[in-house]
Design a protein. Structure first.
Length: 113
């Protein structure tokens, strides 16, 4: 079964939109998981920060962590709204460098099999 790196917008200009982005990303990851794939969900990083705020995590740590998982994934799945995310654009660029397929929808992912 495929390891799917799910990529999309995380940051935003206000906390409400950040939470919306997290919810949207986690929902896509749950759908992919329900279909039998093995998603990596970058939005789960929030758990580290919320549970351990005194660890002083840095954004760069999470970006490197995510990229390490992307590099061993079988494919990348984009979440709607990804075009507005500089981080996602860098992830797509890296996936292309490594020859990792990038899909724009769950249906496209499923159809690729």
């Amino acid at each position: 079964m495929k390891r799917v790196y799910v990529a999309g917008k995380y940051s935003d200009t206000n906390v409400v939109d950040v939470l919306r982005n997290i919810g949207k990303g986690e929902e896509v990851c749950a759908q992919v998981f329900k279909l039998g794939y093995y998603p990596f969900c970058p939005w789960h990083d929030k758990t580290y920060v919320m549970a351990y705020p005194y660890f002083d995590f840095k954004v760069e740590q999470f970006q490197k962590h995510s990229m390490a998982w992307l590099e061993v994934s079988d494919c990348v799945l984009l979440v709607e709204g990804w075009e507005e995310s500089g981080g996602t654009l860098r992830e797509i660029e890296r996936a292309n460098e490594l020859g990792i397929p990038v899909y724009k929808s769950i249906q496209e992912l499923v159809d690729s099999e």
